[in-house]
Each structure stands twice: as structure tokens, then as C-alpha cells.
Design a protein around this ligand. Sequence first.
Ligand code: PLP
Length: 682
Amino acid sequence: MTPSTSTEFYLDANATTPVLTPILNSVIDAMTDNFGNPSSAHTTGLLAKDLLEQTRIKGKSILGTKEGELLFTSGATEGIQTAVVSSISHHMRTANNTIDKPILMYGATEHKAVPNTLKHWNETLGLHAELMEIPVNKDGKLDYAFIARHVPQAVMICTMAVNNETGVMQDLFKLEEVIRKNNSDVSWLVDCVQALGKVSINMDAISIDYAPFSGHKLYAPKGIGFLYVRSGQPYVPFIAGGGQESGMRSGTENLPGIAGLNTLFSLLAEEEGVFYTTKQLEQHRQMLIEALLDTFPDVSLHAKCEESVPTTINFSLDHYTSKEIIDLFDATGVRVSGGSACSSGVSSSFVLEAMGFDEWQCNNAIRLSFGPADSTEFIESACTAIRSVKPYLSISDGVGDKDAHLLSNWQGITQLVYQNESSWVFASEDKEVLIVNPNPQLFPKIKRLINEDEMCIKTCILNSLSGNSKTLIENVKSTFGQSVCIYHHGDNQSSEVLLSGEHWEVRSVASKQGNLVCLYGKGETELSEQVLNSEKVPSPFDCEVGKTMVISNNSIGLYCEENSSMQNPCLANMNNSVELQNGLSAINWIKAHDAVVLDVREWAEHKASLHLLSKISQECATKVINIPASRLVNAVFEGTLSQDTAYLILCRSGKRSKQQIKAMQSLGFTSLANLTKGLALL
Ligand code: PLP
């Protein structure tokens, strides 16, 4: 049911889902025909009121409750606020409460909407309880002994039915036993956002006090949700006003959203309707897992199939970063996410950290999630699309396309970036490799590249500014071999050429700062006396010499991190590139400047989405070249890019191209334009 063209496979259903056609029709109907205000006394209002109440009845039936309340909210986040404010303020108002040091408990893998809400209202309402995270085991299950120990002091305990990143299900009846045996009064919230439509819910059979839901996670529109409240539980309206929802949640009801829920509830109640059975969903999961196993050599699944909902697969790959795979998938139309959509920008998964996964897995988790209405044909086509990335992954198995391989051909200079820090890899023609500033997070990737190209790491230069160099040295040796020769920046070694390629040399150069590691274009002269005698570590921008850069410190590499423009006066002036907002302005700029299109995405991404580029290139018959961001410096040293040429730089979202514009400006390129919103919005 997920809309897909033959080239697009949306596999991020835990972030949100599209609105199903029958749901959409009800939403439209509630905006056009049955548009009344449920509070109006006339017939139009009565019809709207009837729709509202019928939806409540259907919803309660889906939740398996006769006694409990169901309130319509804007989404789960509002439901969570309501439950937390109700519980805390009730506790504070109850004169005879016996807890002397109150605590608020929540699961370590809870969606951030829960702990952040607890923290906020704990402070704002002045409860000042201790916030306590309940640990989970390696399978993501809550620690029952911990709960039993602490719950007697708890005002509220918040757990979740299904985790949004891993799909791990909690055993709610077991939890109930532990919680109620030790505290029959504590407010118990269960976040059911990812459970609806995937696990059976029977509220009257369990003592859950509050359960928030969000419509958009299951084919209803964004901005509508509902909250289940157990009969007799404390309730404080979170939104006061005109007294709608019997005064429990004021504000004119979102009737189009509620109409959407009405149809969703009907669909959920159907025996053989649009939603697949658990058994069928398990088959869909199995098909996807097999596609992943066929495509990638080392897949680590982060949750046991029998412990998680079938619609979520969380995994990492041994030698590929999540970014590489997400970008490559995206170029082939497969949309997956890293960790949760809500925490995008945060690279490591706190959920996997809590489960005790290693750093690589936490940093490189990929979440693939589909909807319970996705058809078997859709899943089959998605599997084909996943398998289609295989030729881009490996050249060694003979299937790969040498030019389209993820970072193939990496002789010369490669700049790998991890969280704004660069590691530089230099590879000579005779396959000797020198690494400067090796970042352990990049080791699996470097190892993959080294092995595939049968290279050999001879020398490694550590950044003296980095923390624990002893551990780093051990890590380098155990990963790349005991014979790797390791230097620190500033080591008092004599000036020498450490490695040379056809167009460049890496030299150690004596300066006032101790020895610097510098990259020189072949035949370039030494750094000026002024630079060498400088009291401060020189930056590449201090050097008049054309192709010379100091690579002793990350913050002054040729790669210009976002924040370095603050420190570097040269960069501060470099803001004269052109920002192009759309395809038409890009085409006009290319024509006016006789420009070349420079795609800075990885080779594989470029090859996998050539059709996107053709929109621009066909229109203005220009040349398109592909130099991944990681190989830009190499291209400059090799002379592939010319300062006399104008370049329109692009990538998928406009982020990488923006960074490369800065780097190219620092290398003396002047006629540059950026496709600001990237190819995605072309
Ligand atoms: N809880 C869980 C488990 C979720 O996955 C989400 C959304 O990602 C939320 C709560 C918050 O839902 P909403 O943003 O729709 O209010």
C-alpha cells in the first residue's frame, strides 16, 4: 500500500506512513461534506458530533476497553504530556502521599518524547523527583529486578510496548506483574505508538493507566492521535478552554483527523482487509532479511526476530558505514533511515548503546521498517531494489563495476571524514599506504579498501592532539599489522619524504613547532621561512606555495570544516559562491558560465542515479564529472580540476556540495555555484 513508483521504495514506516486512500477519502469528506463543528447544536454539528463519538466507540473496541476513556489528541507527544502532567500534579496534590524521595522511572530505550517530558514537567511543576532510567538487557528487555527494587518509590513509570528503532516488544504482562506486586498505585504509562496494527491490544485485561498513540504511524494523517486513560485514573486537562472532550481536552476537535482514525479503526477491525496477518508480515520480514543477506557479506541484526515486531529490521554492516549505505540506497530509490528519524543529526543510537552494542554498531545502525499494509508484491520489488546495489559494493567478487564501486580506485589522496574530523589516506602506485590522523571509527572502512586493493599500510601518523594515543597505537597495530611504523606529529625526526605519488609527496618538515607533516605538489618548493618560524602551527592558507598544505592538525586541513571559517581569516572572505535554488537557475548559470557539472557524491551513488543528473545535463549539453568529496584534494593535485573552469557543484541534499565549495575556494577556485537544495529537490 506504500506508494511506490517502480523506482521508489519507502521503507521507513516507523518514521511515518502515507495516508491510505480510504482514510484519505474520509478525511476529505470531513472537510467538505461532514465539516461541522461537533459543538454546534444544529444538524450539521450533530452529524459531526456523531462521527466523533462513533470514532471513539470504534477506537475503544480496537483497544479492547469498555471502561477506559479515549481522548483525541494531536499525537502521541501530547498524550505523553497529558499523562505526565496528570500523574505528577495528582501526586503533588495528594496530601497523604507516603513517598519520601519520589522518583520518575522510564525505560532506557524509550523514545525521547518520554524522558524529556518527564524532565520538563518534573522541573516546571516543582516535583524535583529523581529521574531514573531502567536498564535493558542485550535483547532490549527491561530489567525486572531493577524495577522491583525501585518502583515502590516511583510516582510514575513509563515503558513502551514496541521500540521505534529496533522493533523490540516488551512483555507487558510480565511488567505488570513486577510493577503491581511492588507498587499498586504507581501511574504506569505505556507508549503504544509503534504497537498499533502490529501487536494485539486488550486494555481491559491489563492495568496500564495511560497509553498514547499517533495516527500518522499507521496510515492516518499527521496531527491526530489519541490517548487511552484507565477508568478512575488521575486526569488533569493539559489544554483548557472551551470544554470540548467533556472538558478533558479543549479546542475544536480535529474532525478530519478523527474521521481518518474512524476509517483506520474500521480497517483494523476487518478480518481480511488491508492489513496483513502477523504470519504474513513475518514472511515479508524474512524476504527482506534474505535480500540483505544476499547483498551484503556481513549483516548483524540487532534484535531477535521472535522478540520484535516483524515490520522493523535494525542492522549494521561490518565494513560499510550507515551513511554510505543510506546514501547508496537512496540513490537507487530505497528509503531507509539510520536509527530514528526524530534523532537524526545524532549519529549514535542511544537505544543500541543501552542494549550494549559496540560503538561501530551504535554509530552505523540502519533501520528498515515497512507498514502492515505493504503488499507482498511491493516487498518483492523492494527486495529486488535492495539486491540491485550489490554491483556497487565489491569489485573483488567479479560482479562489481570498477568505476562505480564505493570508493574504488583510491590510489592517491583520500580524505575520510568522521564527525567533522578528517583522516587522510595516501596510497602510492606501488600500493604503499600512509595514514594521517587515523580515526578508529573509520578503521573498518579503511581495512575494507586496503584489502580490496591489496594495499599495505606502512606508516601511520598520529595527531598529537588526540586523546589516548597508547590505545590508538595498539588499535592501529591490531587492525593493520604489527609492522606499521607509527609517528606522532612533532616527533623529532629529520626532514624526509614519507611517501610519494605521481603528483604529490608527503614530507616531514622541521619547523619551530617541531616536525610538520605536509602535502606537496610534485616539484613544489619548501614552505617559506616565515611559515616555518611561526610561533603558531601554520595553516594551508598561510602558504603562498600553490599546492602545499599542512596536515598536522584536523582543524586546518584543506577540508574546511563548517566551524573553521571562524578561525581562518582567509575563509571568512570566501562567501562569494553562487547559491542556485532550482534546476532552471542551475541551467541558466551553467549556460552563462560555460560551466562543468561536478557531482561530489560517491561513485556508486552517482552511477545509481544518473537519471537525476540527466535533467540538467541534457538541457544544457554540458559535461558532468563525478569526483567524490573524499577525492577532491586528489583531483586538484592530479590536475583534473582547473581553476579556469566554472563548476556547478551538486550532491543529493546540498550539504556535501556546500562543504566542497569552501574547500575549493580555499584552493583558489573562484567561479563556483552550489545547487543549494541538491538533486533530491530538483
Ligand atoms: N513514541 C514513539 C515510540 C515514537 O516512535 C514516536 C514518534 O516517532 C513518538 C512517541 C512521538 O510521536 P509523535 O511525534 O507523533 O507525537
